[in-house]
Design a protein. Structure first.
Lengths: 326, 441
């Protein structure tokens, strides 16, 4: 007796078991699905249900506020009225010298972030990655400011910079340069550097990220460079730094975005003064919100969003974030 | 009932019948209570701070006054305390006015009330003037001019003030004595001479903070100039910033800085930076309200026995800042509720309630009161003397914050250091303040 001829590969794979062969017509009646599709169809409602809380939260706290932000930016919106003004808020924004000053200040804060804060953190990270004596202690010391809330941190600097009893002026007095003493936060010339100094030297978080990335660089690359006669500086310059491109790009991006949203340092220390010398774009938006000009404040908010998108796209392109060198 | 009709036992049916009867009884009881409650007028009351917390004496009294009122009018009127108004309270009230959901009784400043009366439409805020006119006894019980800050745009009275506090100048008699001065100067020229002599002894003549305390001096100088008190009374309009009293006051306060008569950290906007040198005998003069006595001069941060070395004086130029604080306004909609709310305003302006408030808050009342010797013994003598003196002074005027819109301080703090450092001219500085007033009002 000839063996029954299987009609499909599945049957063939199962051999000649007739109990299994009886399943064949049913299997034919449904379309063939790849395993992943089968899972998706079966669990669809479950997945949708589990996503629902996240979607509700995302909608409530991002989509709706964002839509309100954009919509009201084109309106005069205060406690009394909501009336369409077209580009009126934006026109006023670009004509307001205070906004331009806030933008210029934000640019300076950003430049200090990118050209002082990030490089300083990278240099410290590279040094500590060599594990010199006491590196663990230094790592903790550098990271400590990140454990404290920034508002509390800035409040400490209010005392450091105080003109009458501040630590900085007392140190200057102690070392015999009383002539340099001043009201650091309320002197128009020194206010911005004084505010920037509170966060530019708080490098702990970036330092840790860079140290983690350095730890993942294969030792062999350094050994090969050493064999080729590269000095220690050259090894870091031509091996470490290029391989940190992704993390540095990410840090620069975070730093710039952080600067666009910079608020707490200027608010706590100077409220944006004196004479708007420390005012940031975010603080400018806040000030307009406080006086009840909500539509205009949201126009500033829109400007911040667009600037943020521009920063993200530009930095991603410059640093090719996410790409791997082959 | 469906399950009972499907062949349930007799016992079950009986249970169901009993339950139904009980439900009917409960429902009818509620209805009769509701009918009884229909006679009780329920009002709502709101303020920036009104919930009972021990750290805020003003909130504590407000809460207590409602409790006392509800007790007195039990079965007829009940006032329900709303949670503290969300910050900033003026915007919260504006939003409520837009929705026509203001509390029946609420507390706010005169400037906000004028704004609100335009937000919710005419008649949102009850005009108290006709009621005060009708009840002459009630009207005459108040200090003269106390309602000026609460005048509506059409001349009505929008609120009953909460208090009548005076803000004077604390001075350290011992530091003045060391400088060879025995009394507090009564003219501005004598005051400047005193500052020079105090500076020569090595103390800080005037303690300032770049905000509250600085602006009190500014208001004092404006208020004691010819026509200055009127400018403050009318609320500083943008045009007022080019008037002589304001220009002179601005330049005078600047001169205190440039002459080295103030503390080095006089721009911080933090009152503690003005208060601390005064409390520690490093500064000779501090402008502030009477609450400085219990919380500062007699407080834990003051140097030993400072109280005995301090006196409280009116401003040089024979002037005094009088603060009516915030005012209670009525936005109840029905005539019955308005009448009930008016009863509450009368209640808190009775002598018994006012005395109770004075003891709790140490803040002096909006009505004229003659204190007995026993009562005087319970009051702070420094403040009492100044309050009594305030009725005889040449110039009486409101504080800067009653004459300017919200946000004015922020603008002042921003530009004041730059102005003092010579980065702005007086004209530019005042123009920026005028812009802030224009924008905020």
């Amino acid at each position: 007796m000839a063996a029954p001829r299987p009609t499909t590969d599945v049957v063939g794979a199962l051999g000649t078991d007739r109990r299994l062969l009886r399943l064949e017509p049913a299997a034919r009646s449904t379309p063939r699905l790849r395993p992943r599709e089968r899972v998706s169809r079966g669990m669809g409602p479950g997945i949708a249900l589990s996503l629902l809380p996240a979607l509700v939260l995302f909608g409530t706290f991002f989509v709706i506020p964002f839509v309100v932000l954009v919509y009201t930016a084109f309106h005069k919106w205060d406690v009394v009225e909501l009336s369409y003004v077209g580009l009126g808020n934006f026109r006023f924004l670009f004509e307001d010298p205070v906004f331009w000053q806030a933008l210029r200040n934000t640019g300076i804060y950003a430049a200090l972030g990118v050209f002082v804060h990030v490089p300083l953190a990278c240099v410290v990270a590279i040094i500590l990655s060599q594990k010199p004596k006491g590196w663990r202690l230094f790592r903790v010391v550098f990271f400590l400011p990140n454990v404290v809330s920034f508002v509390a941190f800035a409040t400490v600097f209010l005392v450091v910079y105080n003109a009458r009893y501040g630590l900085l002026n007392q140190v200057l007095d102690y070392v015999g340069v009383e002539s340099l003493q001043r009201d650091w936060l309320f002197d128009v010339k020194t206010a911005l550097p004084a505010v920037a100094a509170t966060y530019v030297f708080a490098i702990g978080a970036i330092m840790l990220l860079v140290m983690a990335e350095i730890a993942s660089i294969p030792r062999e690359l350094y050994e090969a460079a050493e064999v080729d006669g590269a000095s220690r500086l050259q090894r870091h310059l031509y091996v470490t730094v290029p391989l940190l491109r992704n993390v540095i790009g990410t840090i620069v991006l975070l730093s710039l975005i952080g600067t666009l949203a910079l608020f707490d340092a200027a608010y706590v220390l100077t409220s944006g003064g004196p004479n708007n010398a420390t005012l940031t774009v975010s603080l400018y938006a806040f000030q307009n919100y406080v006086i009840g000009d909500w539509g205009y404040a949201n126009a500033v908010g829109c400007f911040i969003v667009v600037s943020g998108l521009f920063v993200i796209l530009t930095v991603r392109r410059i640093f090719r974030i996410g790409e791997r060198d082959v | 009932m469906r399950w009972a009709s499907r062949g349930a036992s007799k016992g079950s049916r009986l249970a169901v019948a009993l339950m139904a009867a009980a439900l009917i009884a409960v429902a009818s009881g509620s209805a009769s209570r509701a009918a009884h409650q229909g006679n009780v007028i329920t009002l709502t009351i709101g303020a920036d701070t009104i919930t009972n917390v021990t750290t805020n004496t003003f909130a504590k009294y407000r809460n207590q006054s409602v409790v006392d009122f509800n007790k007195k009018y039990a079965g007829r009127i009940q006032i329900k305390i709303l949670p503290n108004l969300a910050a900033p309270p003026d915007q919260t009230l504006s939003r409520m006015a837009l929705r026509r959901s203001l509390p029946d009784i609420f507390l706010t400043s005169g400037a906000v009330l004028r704004k609100l009366s335009g937000v919710g439409g005419r008649g949102t805020i009850m005009d108290l003037a006709p009621h005060l006119r009708r009840d002459k006894k009630w009207m005459s019980s108040f200090h003269p001019g106390i309602f000026d800050h609460f005048r509506g745009s059409r001349g009505g009275i929008l609120a009953v003030p909460e208090e009548r506090d005076v803000i004077g100048v604390f001075w350290n008699k011992e530091l003045f004595r060391k400088a060879g001065i025995s009394t507090f100067p009564t003219t501005w020229s004598a005051f400047e001479q005193a500052l020079a002599r105090l500076k020569a002894t090595g103390v800080i003549p005037v303690a300032m903070d770049g905000d509250w305390s600085t602006l009190l001096w500014w208001a004092n100088y404006i208020g004691t100039q010819p026509g200055g008190a009127d400018l403050l009374e009318a609320g500083l309009t943008p045009a007022a910033f080019s008037k002589a009293p304001v220009v002179r006051a601005t330049e005078w306060v600047k001169r205190l800085h440039t002459s080295g008569y103030v503390n080095q950290d006089a721009f911080t906007g933090n009152f503690a930076n003005a208060e601390t040198p005064f409390l520690t005998d490093q500064a000779a003069i501090l402008a502030n309200g009477p609450w400085e006595v219990p919380y500062g001069i007699k407080g834990p941060n003051a140097s030993t026995d400072l109280y005995s070395r301090v006196d409280y004086a009116p401003s040089p130029g024979s002037g005094i800042i009088v603060v009516p604080g915030q005012g209670w306004a009525i936005a109840a909609k029905t005539p019955a509720k308005r009448a009930a709310a008016l009863l509450y305003l009368r209640f808190i302006t009775t002598r018994a309630q006012v005395w109770k408030r004075l003891l709790i808050t140490a803040s002096f009342p909006m009505i004229k009161m003659k204190f007995t010797a026993a009562q005087k013994a319970k009051l702070e003598p420094l403040t009492l003397r100044l309050v009594e003196k305030s009725t005889t002074l040449k110039h009486v005027y409101p504080a800067y914050f009653q004459a300017t819109p919200a946000g004015f301080n922020t603008v002042w703090k921003n530009y004041w250091p730059a102005y003092v450092q010579g980065q702005l001219t007086t004209r530019d500085f005042l123009a920026r303040l005028a812009d802030a007033v224009k924008q905020g009002s």
